[in-house]
Design a protein around this ligand. Structure first.
Ligand code: G3H
Ligand code: ZN
Length: 287
């Protein structure tokens, strides 16, 4: 299966009241681990690079080639969407040029009218090449790759205007936060989600998917969330498994320091997290 855009997959998810997971990659191990989870569960998946990860890995073209070649070499048969996560205007344009199949233009920190105008421009450029577009209304709390959001509820009227640009999925702030949730977090604002979903048929996106209790995620999906972004959870699982390997002294046994051995428990831990989330999201198998 070649890399596809997200249009049909997420429209079907919104209709079918399930979600498809979007997982961030950082390197070869992350890419292989996430693709393995999708293949083992026989479900579609969205693989995404933040701007920071794109820079870290050596540029968007390299990221796209990495995913394309890994899909090929692993014999992945499920649909894979290659997405830019939280891109600014320039990054979104670059990823459209390079050949990503989906881009997020995150204009939440711009004055609303500018967010709207730039979203329109990105939609026109992307749709001319059959590339999907995600936009954002109302910031997601917390920090990701230097992008800091205060966390605010999306305004329904603004969300309707952004949805009317023809975006293929829409990220809306509903009390969700990037990174670890603070102990005093009040939970997702389901009333606002209901209002948004009643007015907007575009698949909705829940960012900050790490650390939200399963019941809240599933309720959000039942109300119209079709894409759930998960990053921190995979990072924590990788770090934890790697720490355990080193603390058990396994890197000092034989050739346990070989990166192919040293990174294996962390890589497996990412696959396990992704498989668990796919189960939570109710993503159906590909026929
Ligand atoms: O865009 C990526 C996500 O919203 C990930 O958030 O790191 O809290 O899972 P997370
Ligand atoms: Zn996010």
């Amino acid at each position: 299966m070649s890399i596809v855009n997200g249009n049909e997959i997420f429209a079907a998810a919104r209709k079918g009241h399930y979600a498809v997971g979007a997982f961030n990659i950082n390197n070869l191990e992350w890419t292989r681990s996430i693709l393995a989870a999708a293949q083992e569960t026989n479900t579609p998946i969205l693989v995404q690079t933040s701007m920071g990860a794109g820079k870290y890995m050596g540029g968007y073209e390299l990221c796209l080639n990495l995913v394309q070649q890994t899909v090929k070499s692993m014999g992945i048969t499920v649909p894979v969407i290659m997405h830019l996560d939280h891109g600014n205007y320039e990054a979104a344009k670059e990823c459209i040029e390079v050949g990503y199949t989906s881009v997020m233009f995150d204009g939440h920190d711009l004055p609303f009218e500018e967010n709207l105008e730039k979203t329109k421009e990105i939609v026109a450029l992307a749709h001319a090449k059959n590339i999907s577009v995600e936009a954002e209304v109302g910031s997601i709390g917390g920090e990701e790759d230097g992008i800091i959001g205060e966390g605010e509820l999306a305004d329904v009227e603004e969300a309707k205007k952004i949805a009317a640009t023809g975006v293929d999925y829409l990220a809306c702030g509903i009390g969700n936060i990037h990174g670890k949730y603070p102990a005093n977090w009040k939970g997702l604002h389901f009333d606002r989600l209901k209002e948004l979903a009643a007015e907007i048929s575009t698949p909705l996106v829940l960012h900050g998917g790490s650390g939200i209790p399963k019941e809240q995620i599933q309720k959000a999906i039942s109300l119209g969330v079709s894409k759930v972004n998960v990053n921190t959870e995979c990072q924590l699982a990788f770090a934890d498994a790697t720490r355990k390997y080193i603390e058990a002294g396994k890197d000092l046994e034989g050739k346990g320091y070989d990166p192919r051995k040293l990174l294996a428990p962390g890589a497996q831990a990412i696959t396990d997290v992704v498989k668990e989330r796919i189960d939570w999201f109710g993503t159906p198998s590909v026929k």
